[in-house]
Design a protein around this ligand. Structure first.
Ligand code: ARG
Length: 567
């Protein structure tokens, strides 16, 4: 039994005596770590007991304290409404470090039931930019998938790309009309530039839109062989160009859906809804009138019978459950500009009495803006992944060379990539997902402060001390004397399992990101005030260092960030 469980057990005994019925888990969740060590190692706030005992919390604290058996504690005191427990710190530190070194990669793993969950994320469109917003979605999706897996779930990573529809028609139209002399390239920035040009030309002359619509129909009914070939070719170039991106971001999908595969089925579903009077005709279009639910009007098919994004999503929702019949949850990570769209989707599925409607869940996240303003793949005012990563790499390389001028070229590339990815992912994940963020590359790449590189750096520092010590970790964790920073570090390490559980329950990677930063900070404080090698406490401190490495590594791993041994 660890110290916390001991406290829960002691409190529970006293509570039962007073006819207070609180679950162990609830008691455990209420236990806090006091802000300073003079106030004990753990504290129980008595506010919740007021409704049972009908007294003020301060008196309750005194009464409960009087009933607790002191055995196993160094001391128990009250302070206002709090009961403060002082544990045997050496024993606590020793037990914890030993536990971490035993459990290694599984330290902090919540023991929960497992579900089969599909996580749809990233979703770039062919013929368009893979931009900073996609990086945020991809970082969030990978992290949430890892957190779900760590908690015992089976995750299916799904991607869904728009490879048909009006934006493709614009691209094909523009390429055929103005750029056909240029060779087709597997280069996302070139592909994106054609789209941007299309939007510009169409804005100047609205009449051209008719030509685009003509092409859209041809793509959809595959009537024009040349256009169909061009579509196929350019579509696969886009898809090819993402391979490198996903490799660098270390994200791999189990299944990749495309709008073109659900287009036909989407049309059929829309027609079926119309037949059953769930959808209706309006001005020749097929719509879902959801105004009575305050969800406006959702258009499924255009006047010319072409399919919209909406109808395709109806077919996709169904397809996911056909492909994976035992799916228990279908999670969609989509930016908050589509909040309404998702509600319309779920409402329509409900009205159609499709029983999986309640398994769909939207994880909505905020937009990424750049210091210069909003991003849009329509105007080209965005940062493409390729440009972005190049900028980051340049800076990272400069920093590495400052520290290690003789680093080999291969090593330089490898390390710079890890640092850049850590910088990007961390800055995307440290803020709550619902917030819009302004991405500033300089801030993200800073080797100090609340950044990915700082945390990686801290990890590498711990590794290098261990390497220098050249000693095997000893089994005997004799602790001579615990210093304040050592205690703080052990306490922070002990919180990891709770942090993981909270992050899991709330689908919230930012909790893990913030924890990683705090842990790194405390480690650095410890490192500055407690010498490790040749100190009296050397053997314990080395083990503490190793425990720290495991926990930080586990924590970063849940964010989808790889550690490195050297910066
Ligand atoms: N590709 C879409 C877009 O760029 C996002 C797809 C979101 N997923 C979905 N099932 N609708 O807006």
């Amino acid at each position: 039994m660890n110290e916390k469980e001991q406290i829960v057990k002691s409190l529970k005994k006293v509570f039962l005596k007073n006819k207070i019925n609180l679950k162990d888990e609830k008691i455990e969740n209420l236990i806090e770590i006091p802000p300073s060590q003079e106030m004990g190692d753990f504290a129980f706030p008595c506010f919740v007991l007021a409704k049972f005992m009908k007294k003020n919390p301060k008196d309750i604290a005194i009464q409960i304290r009087g009933d607790i058996d002191n055995k196993g504690f160094e001391d128990i005191q009250t302070s206002g409404a709090y009961i403060n427990f002082f544990v045997n710190r050496k024993k606590f530190a020793w037990q914890l470090v030993k536990q971490i070194l035993d459990e290694k990669e599984s330290f902090g793993k919540p023991e929960l039931e497992s579900e089969k969950v599909m996580v749809e994320f990233s979703q770039p469109n062919t013929h368009k930019a893979f931009h900073v917003g996609h990086i945020r979605g991809t970082s969030l999706g990978e992290s949430i998938s890892r957190i779900l897996e760590f908690a015992g779930n089976k995750v299916i990573r799904a991607n869904y790309s728009g490879d048909t529809g009006m934006h493709i028609a614009k691209w094909i139209w523009c390429y055929k009309k103005y750029h056909s002399k240029q060779k087709l390239k597997k280069d996302e920035s070139w592909i994106a530039s054609i789209y941007v040009d299309a939007v510009k030309r169409l804005a100047k002359n609205e009449k051209l839109q008719e030509q685009v619509e003509e092409i859209n129909r041809k793509i959809e009914n595959k009537s024009d062989k040349k256009i169909n070939e061009l579509w196929k070719k350019t579509r696969s170039l886009s898809i090819e160009s993402w391979k490198k991106i996903y490799e660098q971001l270390n994200t791999f999908f189990d299944v990749h859906y495309f709008e073109s595969e659900v287009e036909q089925k989407g049309k059929e579903i829309a027609e079926e809804l119309l037949k059953n009077n769930i959808a209706k005709k309006s001005d020749g279009a097929v719509i879902m009138d959801l105004q009575e639910y305050k969800l406006g009007v959702w258009v499924l098919l255009r006047k010319d019978n072409t399919v919209l994004y909406s109808a395709k999503d109806l077919a996709l929702a169904e397809k996911k459950f056909i492909d994976f019949p035992d799916l228990q949850k279908s999670l969609y990570l989509i930016a908050n500009e589509q909040d309404l769209h998702f509600k319309q989707l779920v409402k329509t599925l409900e009205l159609a009495k499709l029983n999986y409607a309640d398994k769909l869940q939207h994880f909505s996240y905020g937009m990424v803006r750049l210091p210069t303003g909003k991003m849009s793949s329509r105007t080209g005012e965005n940062i493409l992944y390729s440009y972005f990563i190049d900028e980051m790499m340049k800076y990272a390389k400069k920093e590495i060379k400052k520290r290690e001028p003789k680093v080999s070229k291969k090593e330089l590339e490898k390390r710079a990539l890890k640092i850049s990815i850590a910088a990007i992912k961390y800055s995307m994940l440290k803020q709550g997902a619902s917030r819009n963020i302004i991405f500033n590359s300089k801030d993200a790449l800073n080797f100090e402060g609340d950044t990915g590189p700082y945390i990686l750096y801290t990890y590498a520092r711990a590794s290098s001390i261990l390497k220098k010590a050249k000693k095997k970790l000893s089994e005997n964790l004799e602790i001579k004397n615990l210093e304040e920073k050592e205690i703080e570090l052990t306490k922070k390490l002990s919180q990891f399992p709770e942090v993981v559980l909270d992050a899991y329950k709330n689908y919230n990677p930012s909790m893990i990101a913030n924890y990683s930063y705090q842990l790194a900070q405390i480690f650095n404080e410890f490192y500055h005030s407690c010498p490790v090698i040749n100190s009296d406490n050397e053997s314990f401190r080395l083990s503490l260092l190793e425990a720290f490495r495991y926990v930080l590594k586990n924590s970063l791993n849940l964010l989808g960030i790889d550690t490195i041994e050297k910066m």
